[in-house]
Design a protein around this ligand. Structure first.
Ligand SMILES: C[S@@+](CC[C@H](N)C(=O)[O-])C[C@H]1O[C@@H](n2cnc3c(N)ncnc32)[C@H](O)[C@@H]1O
Length: 145
């Protein structure tokens, strides 16, 4: 896989990452940003979700080392349908880059996705998307997903 693009490197640099964090990336195929995040969170964990089965397969191939080490996992699911598995701890931070459901291109899907993401985050957990400088925080709904 090619080196991280400067566009994604800027995004990863701007995320408030700390060692030990649990991070959720939405629409993260083929795994370039997620691998860079995994490098920065030490014994933390990043879950990449993507609605494309092909994208998930590519991510699994590109991030085989991180997955084998237990530092990353990948799941085929749309953000609008995402929920934590039984016993899965919530995530500290979520981000998405160029994902239509979250950048305003699909408002209905966006509302459902934001509810699902909010339900999968710790209290006070934040969602960041591209389109800011370079990121912007997204207001998340409170209450049931
Ligand atoms: C334009 S690509 C961007 C990929 C990567 N984030 C980047 O910036 O290079 C959008 C990705 O988001 C995924 N995607 C789009 N809508 C989604 C949704 N509602 N839930 C999960 N994944 C989604 C697509 O399958 C695709 O892999």
């Amino acid at each position: 896989m090619r080196a991280l693009s400067s566009r994604l490197a800027q995004i990863v640099d701007a995320l408030p990452l700390r060692p030990g964090m649990r991070v959720l990336e939405i629409g993260g195929a083929p795994g370039a940003a997620a691998r860079a995040v995994a490098d920065r969170i030490g014994d933390g964990h990043i879950l990449v979700i993507d609605r494309s089965a092909r994208g998930v397969a590519l991510t699994e191939r590109n991030a085989a080392a991180e997955i084998a080490a237990g530092r990353m996992s990948v799941r085929a699911v749309a953000a609008e349908d995402f929920e934590l598995l039984p016993g899965e701890p919530p995530y500290d931070l979520a981000f998405a880059v160029r994902v239509g459901a979250l950048d305003g291109r699909h408002p209905g899907a966006g509302e459902r996705a934001r509810r699902r993401i909010a339900a999968a985050l710790v209290p006070g957990g934040r969602l960041f998307i591209d389109g800011g400088d370079p990121l912007r925080g997204v207001e998340l709904p409170r209450g049931p997903a």
